[in-house]
Design a protein. Structure first.
Ligand code: T5A
Ligand code: NA
Length: 213
């Protein structure tokens, strides 16, 4: 393995987008690709439903419990904070992390409900900043056609339109945009090229940075 030798660190790569844009499909393929190149790599996702905070979120998303919008926002953030130190250790020990949703989902989904965007961003301050954010861009109508939405609370076309708008407000020039309506293999190739560059730069010792940078 090319990783783990102290001075080279792993990359923090985040995939974002609407529900059903293809994040899970692509993050799985990217994991296989990077491992195949000999990079120590892990696939993470938020919410991490395995923790006790994550179980509260999961119960809320499946409408088994009701929570105030602010409260659930802070739970999503707490779910990232509880993984922060492990995230830093992994990156510093040379492991690249592919992360399926991160703070941007937190802000986009909560501000789509009408919460103030700066209020939404505040609890994310100090989390590790991604080295690359890839946005899988899909019109809400197209996403809704994919395999049908399940029963989760946010899987409604009207709401996804608002989330799409929130992402447009939130994104900056550093984000890599991919047309998520392309065939799976085409997206996979584009993602591989983008992430290979990012991994190389991080190996050369690019310092870690923090949100919101
Ligand atoms: N949330 C999350 C917050 O509100 N705040 C937060 O802080 C965070 C972190 C759960 C919800 O929580 C919200 C956002 C979410 O609403 P989740 O568990 O990650 O988040 O759920 P989703 O992101 O909705 O996961 P999905 O499984 O719905 O979507 P994916 O992973 O984007 O899509 P994927 O890969 O499973 O693909 C969906 C379908 O499309 C097909 C696949 O085969 C599959 O059937 N597909 C394609 N079809 C055609 N062309 C392509 N290129 C395709 N790629 C995939
Ligand atoms: Na997913």
């Amino acid at each position: 393995s090319r990783s783990g030798n102290g001075d080279s660190r792993g990359a923090l790569v985040v995939l974002e987008g609407l529900d059903r844009c293809g994040k899970s499909t692509q993050s799985g393929r990217l994991l296989t690709y990077l491992k195949g190149l000999g990079h120590s790599t892990e696939l993470w996702r938020f919410p991490d439903r395995t923790t006790s905070v994550g179980q509260m979120i999961s119960s809320y998303l499946s409408s088994q419990s009701q929570l105030d919008d602010h409260t659930v926002h802070l739970l999503f953030s707490a779910n990232r904070w509880e993984k922060r130190s492990l995230m830093e250790r992994k990156l510093k020990s040379g492991t690249t992390l592919i992360v399926d949703r991160y703070s941007y989902s937190g802000v986009a989904f909560s501000s789509a409900k009408g919460l103030d965007i700066d209020w939404c961003k505040a609890p994310e301050i100090g989390l590790l900043a991604p080295d690359m954010v890839v946005y899988l861009n899909i019109p809400p109508e197209k996403a809704a056609e994919r395999g049908g939405y399940g029963d989760e609370r946010y899987e409604k076309l009207e709401f996804q339109r608002k989330v799409s708008h929130s992402y447009q407000v939130l994104h900056d020039a550093s984000w890599k945009m991919i047309d998520a309506c392309q065939p799976i293999e085409d997206i996979e190739k584009q993602l591989q090229e983008m992430v290979s560059d990012c991994v190389r730069i991080c190996q050369k010792g690019k310092p870690l940075s923090f949100l919101w940078s």
